[in-house]
Design a protein around this ligand. Structure first.
Ligand SMILES: Cc1cc2nc3c(=O)[nH]c(=O)nc-3n(C[C@H](O)[C@H](O)[C@H](O)COP(=O)(O)OP(=O)(O)OC[C@H]3O[C@@H](n4cnc5c(N)ncnc54)[C@H](O)[C@@H]3O)c2cc1C
Length: 546
């Protein structure tokens, strides 16, 4: 959107009046860096603003309405692989809520918290540990510095029994496009004790209106936390059986989840997905090609001792439960591969240190790479709700000669990757069908096939396809985008819509369901007639006035 010089200057002055000089970025270099993405597509805003509280948010919205300039809110904006902080249109105001980072309340007895959108996984985890509060915060596999609320509002996921992040929110405070601040939950606007313990309230349940939407800016939310269990263990499973047994494996895996033997929500990673975590891209195996052909992949897999499929998984409960679940899991899965029980290795006591040494020795003797061993402790801890940056390193594996040791900021650093995660019923037929439709598309566009089957529940999985490309190469960026579009088209065509949209696809996210899109457009028009708040996000844009 093009602002006249006059509007630009007036708006800039008003924003600085509300937020102060250090709350507004308007210089061209600043807004360029802040809007960088990992996906090939991005838009540069006119301003990036940092409110400190809900009244700042209201003030910015008021100015945006006055000048007819759109506002794109994010929490910490680490939506890497989906568009980071970039809006779906050029210009406008990007609102980053990371300075609103108060932990307002923790109730250990009821396992609830009230937090602001800038609160990160690392911040809440540290707070809980430092205060001896025996509650766990489920973290995603992304950075520990991501926002709990931001991730939840984009329907992000973790790995513990509390993996459904939007499902773990309870009671929200939301600023609407017209500036009103409301509380969801169906009780009195202020002071009602079950705001964060009972989701459904009285009457219409409205919280869903604010997930993957542009109907409000969430400035506070209740969050359910997991009580620390009496016992915890962790195992790594490696699938070594033939392709013909994969369907049976999936059914047995599902039955363990249905029965509650496996309560966590693991990611079943294919060979390439594991290799990204463990290694650098082996340019020496390319043989003049643009991607690793099957022979090259075999050599690489053998080098790194990586099987067809791998997953890590937590076990939770009383000591007796965990012991029983361990033995049922081992018995069930032993037909298909090996199970390494390693949970004790992360314990910070003598037994833990001894177990760690022994496990490293045993795994080393089995030919496991040092990188596999280095990933073990972060994985064990992640399933205990301890966030880590360890797995972010993987996105540097193709774009950089060496993964950095710290200071990960893949958007700023120009790592090229895109995620797309169609949702599929948890049945071998559906999982294999989509996999077989998508795999040839990677070959067509000359990329390696990346798939993580994310367990959403015993009923659904997210088939997360990853596309890694060299962002500096216009040809690779073009091919990555073409592959993304092909995967998206094929997934929609067969009825498997993605669980999340990227900045490139968000405006058309609901085109598959015109009647639903029309209803949401009606809501958008009623709540935001001037189309101020994130127009186009997840397909919704107010109707033009006659
Ligand atoms: C290696 C790697 C692993 C990853 N693993 C995971 C994973 O396991 N699970 C997962 O879910 N993701 C994963 N991601 C993707 C992503 O990095 C995370 O989802 C991250 O948490 C999103 O960034 P954020 O928390 O800063 O949210 P934000 O970027 O702040 O928010 C996400 C979106 O939610 C909306 N939004 C945010 N805040 C508000 C608000 N207050 N009001 C209204 N709308 C709002 C906006 O549309 C925004 O774009 C991974 C990425 C990488 C690179």
């Amino acid at each position: 959107m093009n602002l006249t010089d006059k509007t630009y200057q007036e708006l800039k002055t008003s924003l600085i009046n509300i937020l102060g000089h250090n709350g507004v970025v308007a210089d061209s270099k600043g807004v360029e860096v802040l809007s960088r993405t990992n996906v090939p597509h991005r838009n540069i805003p006119s301003f990036v603003v940092y409110p400190q509280d809900a009244s700042d948010v209201q003030g910015v919205l008021c100015m945006a309405r006055k000048h007819g300039v759109p506002v794109w809110p994010v929490s910490t904006g680490k939506n890497w692989g989906y568009g980071s902080k970039s809006a779906a249109y050029p210009g406008g105001i990007t609102m980053v809520l990371e300075r609103m980072n108060r932990i307002i309340e923790i109730n250990e007895e009821l396992g609830t918290a009230i937090i602001e959108p800038g609160v990160t996984y690392a911040q809440l985890n540290t707070y809980l540990k430092e205060n001896g509060i025996k509650l766990w915060v489920d973290s995603s596999g992304s950075t520990k510095d991501a926002s709990i609320i931001g991730n939840a509002l984009d329907k992000g996921r973790g790995v513990t029994p509390y993996a459904d992040h939007f499902g773990s929110l309870c009671g929200m405070e939301v600023v609407l496009p017209d500036g009103r601040k409301i509380r969801t939950g169906g009780g009195p606007q202020d002071g009602y004790p079950s705001w964060n313990t009972y989701k459904w309230g009285t009457g219409l349940f409205v919280d869903g209106l604010f997930a993957q939407s542009n109907l409000g800016i969430v400035v506070q939310a209740g969050l359910w936390l997991m009580p620390e269990p009496e016992a915890y263990d962790f195992f790594v499973f490696e699938y070594t059986a033939g392709e013909d047994q994969f369907a049976d494996f999936l059914k047995d895996f599902r039955s363990l989840i249905f029965k509650g033997v496996i309560k966590s929500r693991p990611h079943l990673a294919n060979d390439f997905a594991m290799l990204c975590i463990l290694d650098q891209y082996p340019n020496d195996l390319l043989n003049g090609k643009q991607y690793l052909d099957p022979e090259a992949m075999q050599i690489w897999k053998k080098r790194m001792k990586v099987p067809e499929w791998t997953f890590g998984c937590g076990l939770y409960g009383t000591k007796e439960e965990v012991r029983l679940h361990k033995s049922i899991t081992k018995k069930t899965l032993s037909r298909y591969g090996s199970t390494h029980m390693t949970g004790i290795c992360a314990e910070k006591n003598f037994m833990g240190r001894m177990a760690n040494r022994i496990a490293r020795l045993v795994l080393r003797l089995q030919g496991k790479s040092p990188q596999f061993l280095d990933s073990l402790i972060p994985a064990i801890e992640l399933f205990k709700g301890i966030p880590t940056d360890h797995f972010v390193k993987q996105v540097y594996f193709k774009s950089f000669d060496q993964k950095p040791a710290s200071e990960f900021e893949p958007a700023r650093d120009g790592c090229g990757f895109v995620w797309i995660g169609p949702v599929v019923p948890f049945s071998p037929e559906h999982i294999s069908k989509l996999m077989n439709l998508v795999k040839p598309l990677y070959k067509k566009h000359e990329f390696e096939f990346f798939l993580e089957i994310i367990i959403e529940s015993p009923r659904s999985v997210i088939s997360l396809f990853g596309l890694f490309y060299d962002k500096k190469s216009p040809d690779e960026s073009r091919r990555a985008m073409a592959l993304y579009k092909d995967i998206r088209d094929v997934a929609y065509k067969h009825g498997y819509p993605p669980y999340r949209a990227s900045v490139e696809s968000t405006q058309t996210a609901l085109d598959c369901n015109p009647l639903l899109k029309s209803l949401i457009t009606d809501l958008k028009t009623a709540l935001d007639p001037n189309n101020i708040l994130a127009p186009g996000r997840y397909g919704a844009r107010a109707r033009k006035r006659e």
